[in-house]
Design a protein around this ligand. Structure first.
Ligand code: JA5
Length: 269
């Protein structure tokens, strides 16, 4: 996979050279280039922003440097290649999830456009649709000062899914969100630490019991911290012990869907 990032703060993307993603680059699984948007300006001051039409606070990124930068990046590809995906981090974007990461990990080329100030002139995204599949993307409902931090997160989430990047493929299937539930809690030695014991079942050697305990801990945590995730959960084929676990958490199963009981306690216990 080839990844291009355009930003007025290219040094902000330096962490991509480190650890997992840096290793993917060394192993030739990921080609990454970071471009300075100001290199595509033509004025003496290398201007990238201007005041917003219609008035209001802050500044808006000018269209011309963006079109120059994106055209240069898009042009640099074989004639028969598919349109690259242009990802534009924005709190007004579609939500980036683990499913999005898997989808984008299957692409040959990704381009990330990092906005600053109040964002990029909207006509850039309209024009870019002729050269790219444009995807405005949000990590969540909070505000950042620019797209760079969001790009770090997205490139790491996508990069670690490329075949050969994560050493043990089991750690990909077993982890948070792959089954729509939060992860179970984990423990290591010592078995007793500051008067706190590791749950006895984990020392029992009974692998069936351990698997069931972990699954029930996933249910408990998800009900407590992310009850919204349980609305999508397929409870149709759950074994009896799992149905009982959900009943204890205050959930009924109706047509294979979990339904919070009206009289259930507020603490999901
Ligand atoms: C701000 C100019 O998903 C959270 C996000 C906040 C934010 C993003 S993504 N991009 C920008 C931005 O500000 O480009």
């Amino acid at each position: 996979m080839r990844v291009d990032v355009v930003s007025i703060f290219p040094e902000y993307l330096a962490p991509l050279e480190l650890s997992l993603i840096g290793k993917a680059r060394q192993d030739g699984l990921l080609e990454l280039s970071v471009h300075d948007l100001r290199d595509f300006t033509t004025d003496r001051h290398r201007t990238v922003d201007d005041t917003p039409y219609g008035g209001g606070a802050g500044m808006v990124m000018k269209p011309e440097p963006w079109a120059q930068a994106l055209a240069a990046v898009a042009a640099d590809r074989p004639g028969d290649a598919a349109k690259p995906v242009l990802i534009v981090p924005s709190p007004a974007g579609e939500r980036f999830t683990q499913a999005t990461a898997h989808e984008l990990a299957g692409e040959e080329r990704l381009v990330f456009a990092c906005g600053r100030y109040e964002g990029i002139d909207e006509r850039v995204m309209e024009w870019a649709a002729g050269h790219f599949t444009v995807r405005p993307m949000s990590l969540g409902d909070y505000v950042l000062n620019g797209g760079e931090v969001a790009v770090l997160a997205m490139v790491e989430a996508i990069g670690r899914l490329l075949p050969g990047v994560v050493g043990n493929p089991e750690s990909l299937v077993e982890e948070s969100h792959s089954d729509g539930l939060l992860e179970y809690p984990v423990y290591t030695k010592p078995s007793s630490w500051r008067d706190r014991e590791v749950p006895a079942v984990l020392l029992s050697g009974n692998h069936g019991k351990i698997a069931q305990w972990r699954r029930h801990e996933q249910y408990r945590r998800t009900a407590e911290r992310r009850p919204d995730l349980l609305e999508q959960f397929d409870a149709a084929k759950l074994p009896r012990a799992d149905r009982t676990a959900f009943a204890d958490l205050g959930y009924d199963i109706v047509d294979g869907h979990l339904m919070r009981r009206a009289d259930a306690g507020g603490d999901s216990a």
